[in-house]
Design a protein around this ligand. Structure first.
Ligand SMILES: *Cc1c(COP(=O)(O)O)cnc(C)c1O
Length: 232
């Protein structure tokens, strides 16, 4: 019998594919990142073995805690939570991409650590497109300055932008936020903004609103509860 988790993964992936097709996009252009916060390593392993190899965690402690059990299965770990810089040392060995870069200061810290360990890191700039005070991320207007501030950080490659959508039943308002992130990416790319050359990805959309994010151009949706069930 198929593991129910594997069935849910397939159903969610079909939903992503359908949303892409409905938007006139190729399903291959939308990756599924599993938001695995609070999900036990054994379930994450099931997902990895079923071929879903991109995971996102919010807490350094969880990344470190699950790393041993996941070590033998190929996967990429993205960090999607707010990062306390005193935990960088424990996080970096397990990290493939930091999606929550929101200051030059953090970039410079990363640059120093990465230089010490002789490696590089992909990052997404987290943007607060909705202007809510409770949300992390830089304002859209501050993105050019942040990118310019990374000029000396040659260990970092900005691969795109991440945002957390508006928590609202107003789908038009949610979509406007996602559209703003897509426009920001396009402006930076087309305008040849320094630091934005490789920044093509848009990480946006969660379980409640991912079809709208895909309609606005998401290249990566971050799904937790749709796959693993409600968090307790
Ligand atoms: C938890 C989380 C998600 C996934 O949320 P769901 O609603 O469970 O899909 C996506 N992005 C971030 C940053 C998260 O913390």
């Amino acid at each position: 019998m198929t593991d129910p988790l594997v069935s849910r993964l397939a159903a969610v992936r079909s939903g992503i594919d359908a949303a892409a097709v409905a938007a006139g996009r190729s399903p291959a252009d939308v990756r599924l990142l599993l938001a695995t916060k609070t999900v036990p390593a054994v379930q994450v392993l099931t997902a990895l073995r079923a071929g879903y190899r991109l995971i996102g965690e919010n807490r350094v402690q969880e990344v470190v805690g699950k790393a041993g059990e996941l070590a033998d299965e190929e996967h990429s770990t993205h960090f999607i939570g707010h990062l306390q810089t005193n935990k960088l040392n424990s996080l970096l060995p397990h990290l493939d991409c930091l999606q929550t870069l929101d200051s030059v200061e953090l970039a410079e810290r990363l640059q120093r650590k990465l230089t010490e360990s002789g490696r590089t890191l992909e990052v997404f700039v987290q943007v607060n497109v909705t202007g809510e005070d409770t949300k992390s991320g830089v304002s859209p207007a501050a993105v050019p300055a942040l990118l310019a501030g990374l000029a000396g950080c040659d260990r970092l490659t900005v691969r795109g932008y991440m945002t957390i959508g508006l928590n609202s039943p107003d789908r038009g308002a949610v979509r406007a936020g996602y559209r703003a992130l897509a426009e920001l990416r396009d402006t930076a790319l087309v305008g040849g903004m320094p630091g934005a050359e490789a920044a093509t990805e848009l990480s946006m959309g969660m379980s409640a609103d991912y079809p709208d994010a895909i309609a606005e151009g998401a290249t990566m949706v971050r799904l937790g509860s749709a796959v693993f069930g409600a968090r307790t």
